[in-house]
Design a binder for this molecule. Structure first.
Ligand code: DAH
Length: 340
């Protein structure tokens, strides 16, 4: 009997040691200590043992059972600890892990440039006047020395809403509103959308302008040039300069086209400046006396300069965009690349 118990014990120990998980351990328990287990069978056979031997045999059986159960408990505890550890590992939080990137919105390139321009000019003391997109013929043309039948009206293909009302073709219309409402000194910018029946790689039927107007005593073209030099340095970089070329606008006399030295090649000539070293950026001039007089400003006392900037044009130059449509197509691949 003792031998048999020893055999069971050794077999159990070997099985327990060999088992690789809780499941197998439970099986082994069943095989040895379960209802039909080997040791249980021995216990059941106790009735056949001679009465005087029963206490001794009982003690052996109990010892065997205890030894097996102890080892089993030990092994079980080990498996459970390992399982818990695995669970912890799988649920482990790495607090140093970088957070998931969230898609971040940014302002539209045209809005960014418009804001940059506004910031530069307001830091120079300009106030902001926002006009309206629907104007009447008088403010958009006539008061700007462009009466009916003036050939300069041809320069801007106009969307008329009625014989009197139109979608403004230029923020210059704002100049008149400001001069009617306020006596000099005047120093304003007027940003906003303008509309022209014009559509190609560099023109869009709707685009953005920023008008500037300064009226005060003793204002000359030199003041315009000085202000522009400062402006282009701030928007295109410290090394940029300007040059003025004669031009024509009905509301300025003299009128100029303003070129900026090419900020890409430094003036040597490249693709951007088409080999000339200069890039045209805006129109400007000394306010025509006829315009000031129309607004009851005494031209013996006051003079002024004005300028008009195409905001999309600045954005295209700054960000190397060759087709204005790219700015209006809402293509995230384009827009997400531009964030100053
Ligand atoms: N209004 C002009 C245009 O849209 C731009 C312009 C030129 C505005 C000269 C001005 C200026 O104020 O002085 O083409």
């Amino acid at each position: 009997m003792k031998e048999k118990l020893q055999q069971i014990r050794e077999k159990a120990i070997a099985e327990i040691e060999r088992s690789e998980g809780l499941e197998r351990l439970n099986e082994v328990y069943g095989l040895i200590l379960g209802k039909k287990g080997e040791l249980t069978a021995v216990l059941k056979g106790m009735k056949d043992v001679a009465p005087q031997d029963r206490p001794k045999v009982g003690q052996w059986v109990n010892e065997t059972r205890q030894a097996i159960e102890e080892l089993m408990d030990e092994k079980k505890a080990k498996f459970e600890a390992e399982a818990l550890q695995r669970k912890y590992e799988s649920e482990k939080l790495d607090v140093t892990m970088p957070a998931k990137m969230r898609a971040k919105g940014n302002l539209h390139p045209v809005t960014q440039v418009r804001n940059q321009l506004s910031e530069i000019f307001t830091s120079m003391g300009f106030e902001v006047f926002e006009g309206t997109e629907i104007e009447n013929d008088y403010y958009n043309f006539t008061a700007l020395n462009t009466p009916q039948d003036h050939p300069a009206r041809d320069m801007q293909d106009t969307f008329y809403l009625s014989p009197e009302f139109l979608l403004r073709t230029q923020t210059s219309a704002g100049q008149i509103h400001v001069m009617e409402a306020k006596k000099p000194p005047i120093k304003i910018i007027s940003p906003g959308k303008v509309f022209r029946s014009d559509d190609d790689a560099t023109h869009s039927p709707m685009f953005t302008q920023m008008e500037g107007l300064v009226v005060d005593k003793g204002i000359t073209l030199c003041d315009l040039k000085g202000m522009l030099d400062e402006f282009v340095k701030r928007i295109f970089g410290e090394d940029t300069t300007t040059r003025l070329r004669p031009s024509y606008f009905p509301f300025t006399e003299p009128s100029v086209e303003v070129d900026v030295s090419c900020f890409q090649c430094g003036g040597k000539g490249c693709k951007l400046c088409k080999g000339t070293g200069w890039i045209e950026v805006l129109g400007a001039g000394v306010v025509n006396n006829k315009v000031l007089e129309g607004c009851n400003i005494d031209t013996n006392e006051y003079s002024g300069f004005a300028f008009g900037i195409g905001v999309e044009r600045i954005a295209m130059l700054k960000y190397g965009i060759n087709n204005i449509k790219l700015l209006f197509e809402s293509d995230m691949r384009v827009l997400s690349q531009i964030d100053d």
